[in-house]
Design a protein around this ligand. Structure first.
Ligand code: XIL
Length: 373
């Protein structure tokens, strides 16, 4: 071989290795482990979907959703203010689309949510007459839950009805309808949606006092002879500060009531909390500052490791209780789409999910996959 042919040979070999490398990387991406497959005998794995994703206008999300998840919860489009903007005005377009998407892709839909103090339509938010609130309450549940019976898998019938101390939140429903409104919501949902699972959903109900409130709600519904199939612990926690013992106790206590336990809005924020207490109250907002947004240029390895460890610990616990835990749903597909970039402080850069802003799996993804037995 002369110099020229050696050079040609080296170049061709290098080209071959490079092409093979790229092809391999792409193939690896397509053959990437899938959460829904790895945990298929344990629990459903869900994600929240925003309007853009439901309209199939986000191809990268779409690919990842089909690859990784077998359950979805609409992040906003089935909330009262969107689905029933007026007394006789309903807006079912996107929810209907989501139902078709679920059927097409073999994905279960958890509808979210019928009765919640937040994101209420303007026409009823400040309603004074108890009769009018009652009429809204009965119509809303009958119409919306009725339309999707047999089309969605489950409903978060009542969302966030509790205060931190376990008493009932003083919202428009408690105020105008009285203490029994939760049982009544489930009674109406049961009637309208006999083929749909019915859940109570809230944040911080792994905490002892609030958990006792949730236990009391479930027992009261059961004592009234009304159906409740499960309880959703939202799971908006902080990386490095996940209350594992309380979560374990909650799984045991809720499961002992004969209901399915779910983690319904999982995300582990990595940013400083403006308050001493942990809350996921959507109405709680705070002002931003540079100190409150420390990772706008990227997540340091040390924090990435804390996030990975927290997700690993959490999933080990979920796997341990796989007989009681029915579904784990992440609140968003990737970090860039998480509500935690905008709440409780607008305009921050958070990193709470398993996929980064480019839809690439983070170290936490691989380590969660490794917890599967
Ligand atoms: C959040 C959505 O993610 C945001 O897009 C919206 O602006 C506010 O609501 N608890 C719930 C969810 O039950 O519905 C909330 O979702 C997050 C807290």
């Amino acid at each position: 071989m002369n110099i020229k042919s050696i050079a040609r040979f080296t170049f061709t070999t290098a080209l071959f290795v490079a092409c093979f490398g790229i092809k391999n990387a792409l193939a690896q991406q397509d053959q990437r482990a899938s959460l829904k497959d790895v945990f298929k005998n344990d629990f459903l794995i869900g994600t929240a979907m925003n309007a853009q994703q439901i309209e199939e206008k986000d191809p990268a999300s779409d690919k990842l959703i089909k690859q990784q998840f077998n359950a979805v919860t609409p992040e906003n489009i089935m909330k009262a203010e969107i689905i029933q903007p007026g007394w006789d005005k309903y807006n079912f377009d996107l929810a209907d689309k989501l139902v078709v998407y679920g059927q097409k892709n073999n994905i279960k839909i958890n509808a979210h949510t019928l009765i919640w103090h937040s994101q209420l339509p303007a026409f009823m938010r400040h309603m004074q007459s108890a009769d009018s609130v009652k009429q809204y309450f009965v119509n809303h549940i009958a119409t919306v839950a009725g339309r999707y019976d047999g089309k969605v898998y489950s409903w978060d019938v009542v969302n966030e009805a509790l205060n931190e101390d376990g008493t009932l939140r003083k919202d428009i429903f408690l105020d105008k309808l009285g203490d029994d409104y939760i049982v009544e919501a489930f009674r109406l949902a049961q009637k309208a949606a006999p083929n749909t699972k019915l859940y109570y959903n809230d944040y911080n109900i792994e905490q002892p006092a609030k958990r006792a409130g949730a236990v009391a709600i479930i027992k009261k519904i059961q004592a009234a002879g009304v159906r409740i199939d499960g309880v959703g612990i939202q799971g908006h926690w902080k990386a490095g500060n996940v209350p594992l013992n309380d979560i374990e106790e909650s799984i045991k206590e809720f499961a002992a009531l004969g209901v399915e336990v779910m983690f319904t809005e999982l995300d582990l924020g990595v940013l400083p909390n403006p308050w001493d207490n942990a809350t996921a109250d959507v109405s709680a907002t705070a002002k931003g500052s540079k100190e409150m947004n420390p990772y706008s240029n990227g997540l340091p390895d040390s924090v990435q490791q804390i996030l990975t460890q927290s997700y690993t610990d959490l999933f080990k616990l979920f796997v341990k209780y796989k007989d009681n835990v029915g579904r784990l749903t992440f609140w968003g597909v990737n970090d860039g789409q998480s509500w935690l970039n905008g709440w409780p402080i607008p305009g921050r850069t958070n990193y709470p999910l398993l996929f980064d802003r480019d839809f690439k799996p983070k170290p936490a993804f691989y380590s969660v996959i490794a917890t599967a037995k």
